[in-house]
Write a new protein. Structure first.
Length: 340
């Protein structure tokens, strides 16, 4: 089957998480034997330096067309019109060079909206929209996104959510049937070493602030350092649970707008030697770090899926997470704890 997958971008060495959910799916479908074309509509600001205009390349066997328009933070309606222009412009070349797809699969509401609008009006190609965005996971969705979703979901041939929690929210709000298809997990990078289970926390054991452990005990977390991820809650909870145990550490991978605030919090709590912010690294480095850790922690306010927690489970780590939506699909008594 010829599949055109449309997303926000594709991962690069510098911007490792850009479009990662969509592109991972494209690679997986390619391996499964489908003919895949990936279209990236990248509207990030000029600060994320990349070649302007339309480019074509092949990455991991996937044909990639990318429209790079460095416009950044402009009014949403204008962004939407530019996304629509980018899609139409790129599709003309895709149609000429790669051919007509059997199916279009668009990810995230803004990309999904322009894809549904164009392909349902101009072609007979079926369109699937997959929703990942936490914008659609809120108790109250902003009017702009609500209007887009209401029209796009009702006109798409199929609507998908990446978790049961998100699917329920969408079905209740928009009165459409929503299938659940989780994000893809890279099992080449994240794979448990079955001989290393001695380093894991067993079901009938626990660790407390008073425990005299023989070697370092490490909590690990991965995610964007943003308000909704609640890394401040994680750090404060760690300080309260382990106020003076030098062998217990918390290592956090990721970067984002809250980094300076979190660094100040770590300094205030005098945790500089035991809470470490590692910044962005590649997947292989994260996998290696998970192999050295004992527990994965997630403290988000809302998660549509929680890919990093799934990757930790794949590595054999138990997961300690807030009951934030997505994790309810895969955290059970034998692999972790859901915190209310």
């Amino acid at each position: 089957m010829k599949l055109l997958i449309i997303g926000r971008g594709y991962p690069t060495e510098k911007y490792k998480l850009n479009g990662i959910f969509e592109f991972d799916q494209a690679k997986t479908l390619k391996v499964a034997g489908h003919d895949i074309c990936f279209l990236a509509i990248d509207l990030r600001s000029v600060r994320r330096f990349r070649k302007f205009g339309l480019e074509k390349r092949v990455i991991d066997g996937v044909t990639v067309y990318a429209v790079n328009l460095p416009i950044g933070n402009i009014p949403k309606q204008i962004r939407l019109k530019l996304s629509s222009f980018a899609l139409k412009y790129a599709y003309k070349r895709i149609l000429k060079e790669w051919g007509k797809p059997d199916l279009v699969h668009a990810h995230f509401i803004t990309i999904g909206a322009v894809a549904v609008d164009f392909f349902k009006e101009q072609t007979d190609i079926p369109v699937v929209v997959t929703e990942h965005s936490s914008k659609m996971n809120q108790d109250s969705v902003a009017p702009f996104y609500h209007s887009l979703a209401k029209e796009s979901y009702s006109n798409a041939d199929r609507v998908i959510a990446v978790s049961s929690y998100l699917a329920r929210q969408m079905e209740q709000r928009y009165k459409v049937k929503v299938a659940v298809v989780p994000n893809v997990v890279d099992l080449k990078s994240f794979q448990a070493n079955l001989n290393d289970t001695k380093n894991r926390v067993l079901k009938d054991k626990s660790i407390t602030a008073k425990d005299d452990i023989e070697k370092e005990f490490q909590f690990i977390s991965v995610g964007r350092l943003s308000v909704e991820k609640r890394f401040d809650l994680m750090i404060e909870s760690f300080a309260q649970a382990f106020p003076a145990n030098p062998k217990v550490k918390l290592v956090i991978f990721g970067d984002g707008p809250e980094r300076e605030k979190l660094e100040n919090l770590i300094k205030t709590l005098e945790l500089n030697q035991r809470v470490i912010l590692k910044g962005f690294v590649n997947r292989n480095e994260i996998a290696l770090a998970m192999r050295e850790a004992q527990v994965f922690v997630l403290t988000s306010h809302l998660e549509t899926f929680g890919l990093a927690a799934i990757e930790a489970l794949a590595m054999g780590l138990p997961v300690l997470t807030t009951n934030s939506g997505g994790p309810e699909d895969y955290i059970i008594e034998t692999n972790g704890i859901l915190l209310e």
